[in-house]
Design a protein around this ligand. Structure first.
Ligand code: NAD
Length: 373
């Protein structure tokens, strides 16, 4: 081998070693279709990413007997970030035992195994789609983020059981100071990149966990005076989100309240096919680690038909650039490309309206990627 050829091989090895490793988990239903478009768009941004695909969900169960094979978990444990499609579908709903079902055995297991404690869900109306919002006119033009605690509270507390021959049911809501501190810290850093305003949502007039929540958030607000923190009760917040959603920028809340509020906020923007999310854990290799996925599920009713909207997956890729790879330049470019393509009237079936042009999943991904080339 000549010296020049050796140098080329050497620089290739260095490049591969230095590339950021992204685990790509397409999953089931429309998952593979929308994830492929997200990868296409990320590649068009030109960063140095090594995309490595692995099985997850029902398809993984079919091929290996488990929805989260060890090889997949190992890849996720060593990756810088994870880009996921969706898991589940009717044909996997009756798998026994239930712990092998995709949603429990893959999705919840990944959150638990990787300690993904912060769920970040932006809800931003895209101006070309304002008509799709159930709120009238400019009222539905929102840009907010829900920061939801994801691995504590009533969804994980023990005991959870039936008593007295099944006639009494018990769930336990439990939060520790450290769990509240780490999610609040995350909300502060997200708020600092936005308007520096947080509304912390709880039920402190009734629940002990909420009283601790408010106590900790208030203490931390005192030590982070550059961010304005106010408190709101969950029932009032649910109402205010419909009455005047523009008053919110960052909403910080616990697991169950966040589950409900993030769905409510996201519907204001109009369509499920547009909404990205991030589930963030502790930093890895000096960078915030996260799993990025669309909010929607595997949509088995339209899988394989080229009708899925890939925008939620593509915007999840933009979140990955922004949060894990600190690349807000390319994240902004991807978001702008999405708005540009929608502004030109291109639409997948879910957002199609008279006077616009109906295109397929691949055509939408390609059109967005072309804006970045
Ligand atoms: P869903 O989000 O898959 O679909 C709801 C409706 O929205 C369907 O009519 C679907 O066609 C439409 N839709 C969803 N995403 C779309 C997109 N990108 N483009 C166009 N239309 C889209 O919810 P579901 O039907 O309740 O659930 C289907 C399966 O997905 C279930 O097995 C469920 O457990 C699973 N699920 C998985 C996740 C996940 O992997 N994170 C989340 C939610 C649901």
């Amino acid at each position: 081998m000549t010296i020049r050829a050796r140098a080329r091989v050497f620089s290739f090895i260095i490049r591969i070693n230095m590339a950021f490793k992204v685990a790509v988990l397409p999953g089931d239903g429309i998952g593979p279709e929308v994830t492929a478009e997200a990868v296409r768009v990320l590649k068009a941004c030109g960063g140095d990413y090594d995309f490595q695909e692995a099985l997850v969900g029902g398809i993984a169960w079919e091929k290996t007997g488990t929805p989260l094979p060890n090889e997949t978990l190992d890849l996720c444990r060593t990756a810088d970030a994870i880009l996921m499609g969706a898991v589940g579908g009717p044909k996997y709903d009756n798998i026994q035992p239930p712990s092998l079902r995709p949603e429990i055995g893959a999705l919840l297991a990944l959150r638990r195994e990787l300690e993904l404690f912060a769920n970040v869900r932006p809800a931003k109306t895209l101006p070309p789609l304002l008509n799709a919002s159930p709120l009238k006119g400019d009222h539905g033009l929102i840009d907010l983020v829900v920061v939801r605690e994801l691995t504590g509270g009533i969804y994980f507390g023990e005991p959870r059981e039936r008593r007295e021959n099944g006639t009494v049911a018990v769930d336990t809501c439990i939060y520790s100071r450290s769990e509240i501190e780490r999610i609040t810290e995350r909300a502060f850093s997200i708020a600092r990149a936005r308007k520096r305003e947080i509304v912390s949502v709880d039920k402190a007039n009734v629940l002990e966990t909420s009283r601790l929540w408010r106590e900790v958030v208030t203490e931390m607000a005192g030590a982070n005076k550059d961010v304005k923190v106010t408190h709101m009760l969950i029932d009032n917040c649910a109402m205010q989100l419909v009455r005047d959603p523009k008053q919110f920028d960052v909403i910080l809340t616990e697991n169950m309240f966040g589950d409900v509020l993030s769905d409510e906020a996201s519907m204001i923007t109009g369509s499920l096919g547009l909404l990205p999310s991030a589930s963030l854990g502790n930093p890895r290799n000096g960078k915030p680690f996260g799993l990025y996925e669309p909010v929607h599920g595997s949509a088995p009713d339209i899988a394989g038909q080229g009708r899925a909207n890939p925008i939620a997956a593509i915007l999840s890729g933009a979140m990955m650039l922004r949060y894990t790879f600190n690349d807000s330049v390319n994240a902004d470019r991807v978001e702008a490309a999405v708005e540009q393509v929608l502004g030109e009237g291109l639409r997948t079936a879910d957002i199609f309206e008279k006077g616009t042009k109906l295109i397929s999943t691949v055509e939408m991904g390609s059109a967005i990627a072309a804006k970045l080339a």
